[in-house]
Design a protein around this ligand. Structure first.
Ligand SMILES: [Cu+2]
Length: 122
């Protein structure tokens, strides 16, 4: 009886996993934002300011249908303080950069310069 229950549970879990996989381009196994992750939403970078410790790798994920980029610096003032995304990110694509030194690192989207964010490294 117990064995039969386990088989039913397994079948149910398998069905749930299959349903999740069918749910579009987003990673179904990561429904919430990670600690060192910034989501690029239609409204802007989320969170707008992210605080991490030195040595942390931050990952940006484009959650919007529109292409966006992650450019180190402030609008019109590109810097090489950290690795910018080489190309615009399509929906679902990610870009990562490692922050080894402490400080405030502003960034923006070149296509939509009202979209700005800051990584604070402690
Ligand atoms: Cu953009």
């Amino acid at each position: 009886m117990r064995r039969f229950k386990n088989v039913r549970l397994l079948a149910l879990l398998l069905l749930a996993a299959l349903l999740l996989i069918r749910c579009g381009t987003e990673n179904p196994f990561q429904p919430t934002r990670g600690d060192n992750e910034v989501w690029i939403q239609a409204a802007g970078f989320d969170p707008k300011e992210l605080t991490v410790t030195a040595g942390t790798t931050v990952t940006w994920t484009n959650k919007d249908a529109t292409d966006h980029d992650v450019t180190s610096g402030t609008p019109g003032n590109f810097t090489t303080a950290f690795q910018s995304s080489p190309l615009p990110l399509h929906q679902g694509e990610t870009h990562s950069a490692t922050f080894s030194k402490s400080g405030r690192f502003p960034y923006y989207c070149q296509k939509h310069t009202s979209k700005v964010g800051t990584i604070v490294v402690q």
